[in-house]
Every structure is written in structure tokens, then in C-alpha cells.
Design a protein around this ligand. Structure first.
Ligand SMILES: [Zn+2]
Ligand SMILES: [Zn+2]
Length: 389
């Protein structure tokens, strides 16, 4: 059994990779330098089955164990950065103005590379490890995980279980958080167009003012959670965009309202879709206006499967001790596109402590390189636990 310090040399090496990736952040599917870097590293570890260009810049690489036949387990890291101006003031800050690794995907990539180097050198397992390096986690539909699944990676590489990991500020470094069932929320987005009758702002009585109607709709939506949803169920409805006329003296003929819905159950997604439309339509009709409505299911919830969650807990405890895992971690309503992979195959998603740093997506976010030690160790332990020869 490994002590976590067995991964110290790899952690030092992975820190250099992580900082290089941090200095060179790329967005969405345009990860050409990042993908080249990952591919070169994988090849240098003696991994010869590497497939690139999946979902544009995604990569799947296979490492065969020396313990005989067995299943193929997928380990996934996301590689994309965010359009944020960095304010971490670190020596390895972004060299690409306006792009920043503010969600730790540089660290996710580096720790999967670290695990790959170890697993390729030792091969102390049966079956196969499929390393999945994914683009475009941060984008709207279709995101990288969905496209990799649609391009058939699960069947093509014979993957039977799939695992994900994300850095988490607020959890101590060296600690893990996980729970069976929902761990991250779903994300749906909606647009409402309120269609009234425009005119001169000095003659409101000759118009059907969609600005006033939109204001009523926004307030009306607040009661869907507070008055119509079971208090023990989790639902968030946030209005985030509002578009009306661009002048002081014009009442526009339409107003656009957009927002997002987060929940932990598909029943509540159906409820939100139905009720947001009916509230908006009812309010608009009362004023003689109409609505157009669009509801987009952007990212499914991330639902951990129970057997794979137990496996993840065992691996993390083997690595860092029994007290290192909170196996009833609080669910996060943020969305994660790994949910698409968990819809395709059973698996589990675990949170890895980053310490008391700024939140993910903050310009001040700073990946804690000590977490690489635990991330690398977890992946290795997971494989050696799940694929014992
Ligand atoms: Zn993010
Ligand atoms: Zn992220």
C-alpha cells in the first residue's frame, strides 16, 4: 500500500506542468497547445495508444495493465480555461490576456498526467485504464463531455465505469468530499420574450408596455420556489439577463428575459419548464401581451452511482487515511458536464480539497499545488483498488 508521500516526486513534476498550463490557458474547444502538450507527455511515458481530435481537441489514451484481462475504467480530466482577467498575482499568472485557468482544470490535467506516468511505469493492475482529456467543460451546449460521449468514446474504448474529480476551495488540502446520488445540480436555461406594443414613452396609454409586464413576470417567478415547491426539495430559478429598448424615450415592443434553473431532480426540471411558462404567459395575457418561451436543458445533474461511490471512498481512504473522506458532502447546485458521462456509464465524481482559497471562477483563484499529490495518488489508488489483479 502506498503512502501519499510515495507520489512526492511526481507531484513536483506535475507542479511544473500545471504552472506551464496555467501560464498558457486556452478556451472551449480551441485547446491546440494544451492538447499538444498532453499528447507529448503521454507519449513520453511510453503510452502508445493515444487518440487525438475527439470532440476537436479531446484525447483518449489507453494503458494496459500487466495483471491480465479485466474491464476498462475511464478517468476524466477537463482541460479548458475561462474568459477571465487573472488577478492572482502569482509568478505563473496567465500570459494570455483575458484567459485564465480559474476553475483548476490546469491542475486536473496535470494530476491525470501524473497518474498516467505512474500507471504506465508500474502497470500493477488488470484490464485497462482509459485516460480521458476533455475540452470545453465551461461552454454552453454542446459541451465537451457530451460531444465525447456522442462521438462514441464509451463503446469505442470499451469503457465500463467512469470517474471524475474536481478541486474544491473550502475543503482542506488532503481531504475529499463525495456522496452517493446527486452531487452537482442540473443546469437549464430559459428565454422569455414579452411581446407588447411599442410607442412613445410620453404616451404610455397608446402602448402595451412590455417593460412593466417583464417586471411583473420577474417578481412572479420568485413565488415558484417560495410558494409552489416542496421546501425539502432544491430548486433555484435566477433571472440573469434583461433586454429592453436602448433609448430614454421609447417604449419597446418587446422585452427579453433570460435566466437559469438549477435542481437535483428531473421532476423539478419538468416542473420549472411548465410553471415558468405558465406564470409568464398568465401575467402577460392579463396585460394583453403575448410571450414566446424557450427552455433549454443545458447540463444534466451529476448523479453518483452507489457502487462506484464506495470504490472512490475506499481508494481515497487507502491513500490518505480513514478521516480524509467526507462521504456525505453537501451537494453543490453548480452544474458540471461530467453528468453526461455518468448518464452513459456508472461512475462517481469526487471533490478534492484546495484549502481556504478564493472560489472557482474568481479572478483571484489559485490552484494549490499540494493538492496534486492527493489527486495523483487518488487516481492511482482508484485503479489499483478497482482493477486488482
Ligand atoms: Zn468551472
Ligand atoms: Zn471546473
Amino acid at each position: 500500500m502506498h503512502n501519499v508521500e510515495a507520489f512526492r516526486d511526481l507531484q513536483r513534476e506535475a507542479t511544473r506542468w500545471r504552472r506551464y498550463l496555467h501560464e498558457n490557458p486556452e478556451l472551449d474547444y480551441r485547446l491546440h497547445n494544451t492538447a499538444r502538450f498532453v499528447t507529448e507527455k503521454l507519449a513520453s511515458f511510453g503510452i502508445n495508444h493515444i487518440e487525438t481530435g475527439i470532440a476537436e481537441t479531446g484525447i483518449v489514451a489507453l494503458i494496459q495493465g500487466e495483471g491480465g484481462d479485466g474491464p476498462t475504467i475511464g478517468l476524466r480530466a477537463d482541460m479548458d480555461a475561462l474568459p477571465i482577467v487573472e488577478a492572482s498575482n502569482k509568478p505563473w499568472s496567465s500570459k494570455i490576456p483575458g484567459n485564465m485557468h480559474a476553475c483548476g482544470h490546469d491542475g486536473h490535467t496535470a494530476m491525470l498526467l501524473g497518474a498516467a506516468k505512474h500507471l504506465a511505469a508500474t502497470r500493477n493492475f488488470k484490464g485497462t485504464v482509459a485516460l480521458i482529456f476533455q475540452p470545453a467543460e465551461e461552454v454552453e451546449l454542446p459541451s465537451g463531455a457530451l460531444r465525447m460521449v456522442q462521438e462514441g468514446i464509451m463503446d469505442r474504448f470499451g469503457i465500463s465505469q467512469v470517474f471524475g474529480m474536481h478541486i474544491q476551495p473550502g475543503i482542506e488540502v488532503g481531504k475529499f468530499g463525495i456522496c452517493p446520488g446527486p452531487i452537482m445540480g442540473s443546469q437549464d436555461d430559459f428565454d422569455i420574450v414579452v411581446k407588447g406594443k411599442g410607442g412613445h414613452a410620453a404616451d404610455p396609454h397608446r402602448t402595451i408596455d412590455p417593460v412593466v409586464i417583464a417586471a411583473q413576470i420577474i417578481l412572479g417567478l420568485q413565488t415558484l420556489v417560495s410558494r409552489k415547491t416542496d421546501p425539502l426539495q432544491s430548486l433555484v430559478i435566477s433571472v440573469t439577463k434583461l433586454n429592453a429598448a436602448q433609448a430614454y424615450n421609447i417604449i419597446p415592443d418587446h422585452v427579453e428575459i433570460s435566466g437559469t434553473v438549477r435542481t437535483l431532480s428531473s421532476g423539478l426540471q419538468d416542473f420549472a419548464e411548465r410553471e415558468i411558462f405558465s406564470a409568464a404567459e398568465g401575467i402577460a395575457r392579463g396585460f394583453g401581451a403575448d410571450v414566446e418561451f424557450r427552455y433549454l436543458r443545458s447540463v444534466p445533474g451529476t448523479f453518483n452511482h452507489s457502487e462506484e461511490t464506495k470504490l472512490a471512498v475506499t481508494a481515497a481512504r487507502n491513500l490518505a487515511g480513514p478521516a480524509s473522506v467526507n462521504d456525505a458532502v453537501q451537494v453543490c447546485m453548480g452544474a458540471e458536464d461530467f453528468g453526461y458521462m455518468l448518464e452513459a456509464r456508472p461512475g462517481a465524481y469526487i471533490l478534492l480539497g484546495n484549502g481556504p482559497t478564493a472560489e472557482c471562477h474568481s479572478p483571484a483563484f489559485d490552484f494549490n499545488d499540494e493538492a496534486l499529490l492527493y489527486g495523483i495518488g487518488y487516481w492511482v489508488k482508484l485503479i489499483e483498488t478497482a482493477l486488482t489483479g
